[in-house]
Design a binder for this molecule. Structure first.
Ligand code: PLP
Length: 295
């Protein structure tokens, strides 16, 4: 059985009711050319995406990811995705992957080719990288200025903050800068001094018994992993809150994590070169939950 799968999808209008959804996508060889030169996703990063974790044959939180895809499409003025069609494509991909192991399943919806008739869409699933060291031993993090104030999303909606667009060059540059500074990852801080998110993750802090995460103001992506973890923590009686988090609160946290769909929970062991308290047992508990089947 192959451990990668790629499907090219003919996006249906959101309200199209088709009984044969399987006929709207086809499997292609991921190593063969599939996109046109005029494709706006590659030329301008003009499109949106989602990355879903697949664990032992189960696509984790597929529906929340699809709802966020729909929200990103709305922000970017792309045609609303047909969620049953994407669900069918995810199901087909998962069926053709091995039944055990971890995979990263990426959905892409691009504006298509310039003056073209329709958006372009595809799905690609491949084995996930081995994140056991980050999960078990934690990560070193530096704070980096994001260059935007906390309220920028409302003042400048054309910046598309809050949408998961394909334009991740800045996010990748931030991770390179973190590595140059001897760390593994970064936390973006707003120009007015508030904690935002990692370049590919959400930030969760614990002070005493209270778990907090930055209020989803629109300037950051609302993480599916953070949402799922907060539901889990609340169900087991823990106190959670969304709030504006000044950088000082990050420094004073009793424990802190970067959480995301494929790496899952990575505890922060060092912040800007200073040791951070790290709770190995709590981190293991979070990852055990994140690795269990979640819808
Ligand atoms: N914030 C950003 C900028 C991201 O790119 C991601 C995921 O890639 C996240 C947060 C975490 O989102 P999720 O938990 O849905 O993976």
């Amino acid at each position: 059985m192959a451990d990668t799968v790629t499907l090219l999808i003919e996006p249906l209008p959101a309200d199209a009711a088709t009984s044969d959804l399987d006929a709207t996508f086809r499997e292609v060889d991921a190593t063969a050319p599939a996109l046109r030169v005029g494709e706006l996703s590659t030329q301008r990063g003009d499109g949106i995406f989602e990355t879903i974790g697949v664990v032992d044959g189960h696509a984790q939180e597929a529906r929340p990811h699809l709802e966020r895809l729909r929200n990103s499409a709305r922000i970017c003025e792309l045609p609303e995705p047909n969620l049953p069609q994407w669900e069918a494509a995810i199901a087909r991909a998962v069926e053709s992957l091995p039944a055990t192991g971890e995979f990263a399943l990426k959905l892409v919806l691009s504006r298509g080719i310039e003056h073209g008739p329709a958006p372009t869409a595809w799905l690609h699933a491949a084995p996930a990288a081995d994140f056991s060291a980050a999960r078990e031993r934690g990560i070193r993090v530096v704070t980096l200025d994001r260059g935007y104030a906390r309220d920028t999303a409302e003042r400048a909606p054309w910046l598309l903050l809050g949408a998961k667009t394909l334009s991740y060059a800045v996010n990748m540059a931030a991770i390179r800068e973190a590595k140059r500074r001897g760390a593994d990852d970064a936390i973006f801080v707003s120009s007015d001094g508030y904690v935002m998110e990692g370049p590919t993750s959400s930030v969760i802090l614990r002070h005493g018994d209270t778990w907090s995460t930055p209020a989803p103001s629109g300037a950051i992506l609302h993480g599916t992993t953070q949402l799922s973890l907060f539901e889990h923590l609340e169900a087991s009686g823990r106190r959670t809150e969304y709030r504006d988090i000044p950088v000082d609160d990050l420094e004073r946290a009793d424990a802190a994590w970067l959480v995301s769909s494929v790496r899952l929970a990575a505890g922060i062991v060092e912040l800007d070169g200073r040791p951070m308290p790290y709770d190995a047992d709590e981190t293991r508990e979070l990852n055990d939950y994140l690795l269990s089947p979640r819808d």
